[in-house]
Every structure is written in structure tokens, then in C-alpha cells.
Design a protein around this ligand. Structure first.
Ligand code: MRU
Length: 350
């Protein structure tokens, strides 16, 4: 079943705030879409792109019920695109479907669904490419990978990015263990990635985020594999807070730090990671655990949801069409390798 889809005139999606419990939500209005994005009911860069595009289709469908007004649809599209700032997929996907707005709701829906299908294909292809790349770095043997946050099927439409790579390797019995950073404060590692890997039958261990760099330094990890929310033109990688320390440890230890992301994550309009708006979320996400306040009432908290990994710490970025190795040349101009997508047997639940 897909993470997000269009069903009978509305958007139907997995409610990711409820995981590990299974619950789906029906989104009928633009306000419900914006609220779902802000509350992380739908989260993960490609899933946000899918919801952005389908959200504009929803705006068009609702507008048609009152006498179709392209201006209103464009205003709704701006609200959706601005619901979260960091993952480029959201605003990119909205932009992709806007040209269809003057043609009416059916055309907008068609454009949105084409974008969703393209995401499924891109993630499946980059997963095979990423698996082949890791085999070339680590060798054809069962490997221990460290991942962070959730870059699996639940962060996309049907397939994952970083976890898609894991899934492809697992199909060839090449996963010994996946170490998952729990991903404080909202625990996407424990609540979402661990659930996905359980369903797929992939061996995994959840660790506190602070343990990751030490485990890498002690030689217990073969490579780090993560997704991305935005990749700047110089290949700086923006991903969930806590990714940067893993990249530092990987570089210091001499193991690969690999980023798996569709081409849409590459943002040529953002020169470096410093230009990316990092989302700061509600301090209570940090201060409260399970509804209980952990710090004194007087204490404030800072809650950046993402961090920037500089390009020189990135061994490779794998998209559906190419492998970029930013750290192989000076000044982060990157090396691009021509690649052939290998055929690989893929197993497991989608
Ligand atoms: O705040 P979130 O849960 O939306 O953050 C998501 C991540 O950082 C993901 O790992 C990233 O979007 C990659 S998705 C394939």
C-alpha cells in the first residue's frame, strides 16, 4: 500500500504521528493538507513532494465546486509550498504542477499523479544504484550500515531512498545489521525506520543519537547511508539534525558516507547549505518526553530540525541517474560518474 495516494476526490495518507500504530488520514481541504505537513502527519522529503502536488490537485477540485478560479488555486498552492521550509521537494512539486492550473482540475490531478509515479520509479532505480555503489565501496559481504531518521517507503510514496538501498542489499543477503539513530526529538528512527525494517525482516538495532559517532569510530560500522531534504549546488547536504556528526565520524574513521536521493532533491538555486532555511520547531518537542517535562519550567530549548553536512564530508550522492562524489575533488565541484543501473532482485513488503 502506498504512503500517500489520491482516492475518490481526496488525499489518503499514512498518519505518521500514530506509528507504530497503523492509521490513515483522509485530507479533504487545503487547510487539512497544510496542517498535516506542519504536524508531520505526512513527512519525509519525497512524501512532502507528493502531498504538495496532490494538495494543489485538491485545491483545484475544491475550487471547481464553487466555480473554478485559477487565482484561488494559486493562492492555495502558495500556502501549501510554505507549510515547511527545508525540504525542497515540497515547493518544487507545487511548482511542477502549477502550469496545469489554467487547464482545470483534471489537468492538475494528471500532472500531480505523473509526479507521484515518477517518484516511485526514481526511488526504485536509485535504490539499485546505491546498493551497487556500496558493494563497490565495502565489498561483496554482509555489511553493517548506520542510518538516521527515516528515508524509507514511509518518507516517500512506495519505495525508500536510503532504506531502498538497504532493501536492495538485503535482497542479496548483504545486510549484517542496520544501526538506526533513534532521531530525537520526534524519534523517526525508532518509530518509523525500525517499523519498516521489522516488516522487511532486516536485522537492526536502535541506538541513541549520541552513540553513532562513537560506534563508527570504534570500527563497528562499514558505511553510513542517509537520505536528504535538500542538496545545495555545491553538494552540501541538508538532512535530519544529527546527520552532521555521523558524517564527521565517518570521514575521521575513513568509512563511506553515502546520500541517496532523487534528482529533485538537488537544488541548483541554493548555492550552499548556508543558504538553506533550517526549520526550527516547537521547543516542547525537546523539553517534553511522553508528555512529561524533562527540564525545569524555567529552561528554554532550541529545536533545529535539520543540519548541514558540508560537501567535503560526503563520499557520494546517488540519484536515479548518476553518482556524484563531491569529496573527490577540491572546492567541492564534484566528480560525476557515468553509471549503469544494475538489475537486482528486490524483495519485501512495499
Ligand atoms: O522532519 P522530517 O521527519 O520530515 O525529516 C525527514 C528526514 O530528514 C528524512 O530522512 C529525509 O526527508 C529523507 S526522506 C527520503
Amino acid at each position: 500500500m502506498r504512503t500517500i495516494e489520491w482516492v475518490d476526490g481526496h488525499v489518503d495518507a499514512v498518519d505518521q504521528t500514530a506509528l507504530p500504530q497503523q492509521r490513515r488520514v483522509a485530507l479533504h481541504t487545503v487547510s487539512e493538507v497544510v496542517d498535516a505537513i506542519r504536524r508531520l502527519v505526512v513527512r519525509g522529503a519525497p512524501a512532502l513532494g507528493a502531498l504538495g502536488a496532490l494538495g494543489v490537485a485538491l485545491a483545484a477540485a475544491r475550487s471547481a465546486e464553487r466555480g473554478y478560479d485559477p487565482q484561488t488555486v494559486r493562492a492555495d498552492a502558495r500556502r501549501i509550498a510554505g507549510a515547511r521550509p527545508t525540504a525542497v521537494h515540497l515547493s518544487w512539486a507545487v511548482q511542477q504542477v502549477l502550469p496545469a492550473v489554467p487547464q482545470g482540475p483534471a489537468a492538475v490531478l494528471e500532472a500531480a499523479q505523473a509526479l507521484v509515479e515518477a517518484d516511485v520509479r526514481a526511488c526504485a532505480t536509485l535504490s539499485r544504484l546505491g546498493a551497487a555503489l556500496l558493494r563497490s565501496y565495502v565489498g561483496d559481504r554482509p555489511m553493517v550500515l548506520h542510518t538516521h531518521c527515516n528515508a524509507g517507503a514511509l518518507a516517500c510514496v512506495e519505495w525508500g531512498t536510503a532504506l531502498g538501498v538497504v532493501r536492495a542489499l538485503h535482497a542479496d543477503s548483504l545486510i549484517q545489521m542496520v544501526v538506526i539513530g533513534e532521531t530525537r526529538p520526534l524519534l523517526q528512527g525508532s518509530r518509523i525506520t525500525a517499523v519498516e525494517l521489522t516488516r522487511l525482516g532486516v536485522p537492526h538495532q536502535v541506538v541513541v543519537d549520541a552513540a553513532g559517532p562513537g560506534l563508527i569510530a570504534s570500527g563497528q560500522v562499514d558505511a553510513v547511508i542517509v537520505g536528504a531534504d535538500r542538496i545545495a549546488a555545491n553538494y552540501d547536504v541538508v538532512h535530519k539534525v544529527g546527520t552532521y556528526p555521523l558524517a564527521l565520524a565517518a570521514a575521521r574513521t575513513g568509512i563511506p558516507f553515502v546520500v541517496a536521493a532523487p534528482t529533485a532533491t538537488l537544488d541548483p538555486d541554493t548555492p550552499t547549505g548556508a543558504a538553506v532555511t533550517i526549520e526550527y520547531r516547537d521547543p516542547d518537542e525537546v523539553l517534553l518526553v511522553g508528555g512529561w517535562r524533562m527540564a525545569p519550567a524555567e529552561s528554554a530549548a532550541l529545536n533545529p530540525a535539520f543540519d548541514v553536512t558540508p560537501a567535503d564530508l560526503v563520499t557520494a550522492i546517488v540519484t536515479e541517474s548518476r553518482v556524484i562524489e563531491p569529496s573527490r575533488v577540491a572546492e567541492s565541484t564534484g566528480v560525476e560518474r557515468a553509471v549503469t543501473v544494475p538489475a537486482m532482485r528486490m524483495v519485501g513488503a512495499s
